[in-house]
Design a binder for this molecule. Sequence first.
Ligand code: NAD
Length: 483
Amino acid sequence: MTVKIGQLFIGGEWQDAQSGKRIPVMNPANEEIVAEVAAGEEADVDRAVVAARRAFDSGPWSKMAPSERASLVWKLADLLAKYTPEMAELETSQTGKTLFDSGKIEMPVAVEVFRYYAGWATKVHGETLPSRPTAFTFTLREPIGVVAAITPWNFPFLLASWKIAPALALGNTVILKPASQTPLTALRFAEICQEAGLPEGVFNVVTGSGSKCGMALVRHPGVDKVAFTGSTEVGKQIMREAAGTIKRLSLELGGKSPNIVFADADVDAAVRGALTGIFYNKGEVCAAGSRLFVEEPIHDQLVEKLKAKAATLTVGDPRDKNTRMGPVVSAEQMKSVLDYVEKGKREGAKLVFGGARANVGNGKGFYVQPTVFDNVTNDMTIAREEIFGPVLSTIPFKDFESGVAQGNATIYGLAAAVWTRDIKKALRAAKMLRAGTVWVNTYNLYDPNLPFGGFKQSGFGRELGTQAIDLYTETKSVWVDLS
Ligand code: NAD
């Protein structure tokens, strides 16, 4: 591995952080420190903004022929495909996700996202619009400028790709601030940008804490847009701070998504979907189906099957082929998840599986058992707050109306799913659910073509698909007088 892990990538060069401070990166599977990265602060953010501004304002990027930009973004995809095994190793070492998930699922999707937006570089255009006979009026679609991408630790590179690929393809320059727990793939990607021949300053990485490095980007007058994925709490802070400079914002925030199983569903398929919905990536998924609503007639049968299947999930070393669930990302996260389990018990939910730290290997690592609660009510803490770990709350419901109404009774609105063999019921529910994505008879599927984002306090703006074009362009009206 050649990543310049102790430095920041600014203006095409590897630079030291001014403070000289470092942040350790821990492998949650064995608690070993795998790297120390630079703790970037305000002065470093300043340098990154100067570099990104120069590359945008006077540099080649925004003025380059779209076809040339398209080939460079496509080349990034080719290199990411080539370096997938290495990127997957890095991702697994800092997140605890299985190598299968990082290498066979997430990296291939990230590559597709780069290819998808490489295609859009040559296809985004304005319109001619009729106004009056004595005028020629049209619009131009232009890049916004310098984009700060601030990303979380659960899908470090995948979620960065959702921002970087459209931003670059459409002519913006980018400063990426990865989560301090998981900065390694961002730094390796900076090297990939060098290898692809991206002009200096077009892509920059500053590592550091959210409060110092992230906030400095949000406040900086030289940043035109902040693309943020993370918690709702930090999203609110960013919204407040971004007001000072009226920055463009897109916010992808938390969730407490309902996964609703009707009595006429294929129960085995629904059980598989419930498990994927909550245990994929150890439940550290913004769209996790953390509230499982089950219609009363099939409730007992479904919970029995769920318990049996949960018992077959292997918790262990994320590099082992047999592992389905690696460790959660940090000691802090493990504590928070286990505290929620205690709250669930105290508030009267019935623990039917798991609920404790899992014993793996030599006792090191932040492993949590897949955990299933039953007889949860929608007003309990574990049904209201995002746990962001492998904890499922099962909630029985009486009929269609109450299932959907309870599903909607949350401050969030990121995703939802319904399981039924009745197409009318499925589509009625899909229309009634207040969520940015609704899956029918499946869970946790994503595609570069399908917009993703939240209703309510899950954020605003849609990443992926053609909707992301709006997030990374300004529309300009041009009025030519013909009289
Ligand atoms: P977080 O909000 O703590 O941090 C996200 C990023 O913001 C990190 O890079 C962090 O360093 C930075 N940050 C923290 N405080 C900041 C501040 N004051 N100013 C600027 N930047 C700051 O979130 P996390 O714990 O890394 O990730 C988990 C959260 O992300 C969960 O709530 C999850 O639901 C959410 N998430 C949402 C989506 C989505 O697409 N909606 C996807 C993944 C994760």
